[in-house]
Design a protein around this ligand. Structure first.
Ligand code: SME
Length: 149
């Protein structure tokens, strides 16, 4: 995981702008971690989240999500990571892909404010553990630094 963190940090700092940094991050996360089936970065835009970058087998129709709605909106509202081990048993979950079994959302926080988040869907149930928490918080921090540069 440390190797993946290093690689993604380099890609983020080497990108020409924030959008490219976000795209680099989603592509590398999905490619390097087997249980990351769909990876997206949403950014806060007023009282909504707007999808900035994604990588996966198909596009989501949920390109804008109200803050407070779904797992994404919950994480943005709380400013805290949210993990759902079984999306079929969580009434807050907004379905995107029929194959998804579990989800993690990690806020991107700059200057004590939620500016966006990393959203990952896995086709495996309860796919996310402490290692994912650590990796994704490192990537979120690198993105926050790049955003405020
Ligand atoms: N499942 C998310 C919506 C976004 S899709 O996973 C890409 C949610 O419940 O907020």
């Amino acid at each position: 995981m440390n190797r993946v963190v290093d690689e993604i940090q380099k890609a983020i700092s080497g990108a020409t702008d924030f959008t490219e940094a976000a795209q680099q991050a989603v592509e590398r996360l999905r490619d390097r971690v087997a249980h990351y089936n769909w990876v997206g970065i949403y950014m806060v835009d007023g009282d909504e989240l707007a999808l900035l970058a994604w990588d996966g087998p198909e596009a989501t129709e949920h390109t804008r999500i109200q803050i407070g709605q779904g797992i994404c909106g919950l994480a943005a509202e709380r400013g805290e990571m949210v993990i759902v081990d079984d999306v079929d048993r969580d009434p807050r979950y907004i379905a995107c892909f029929p194959s998804t079994k579990s989800e993690i959302v990690v806020p991107i926080i700059a200057d004590d404010r939620v500016i966006g988040e990393i959203d990952i869907d896995s086709d495996s149930p309860a796919a996310f553990e402490n290692e994912d928490d650590r990796l994704l918080n490192e990537v979120a921090r690198a993105l926050a630094d790049r955003f405020t540069q």
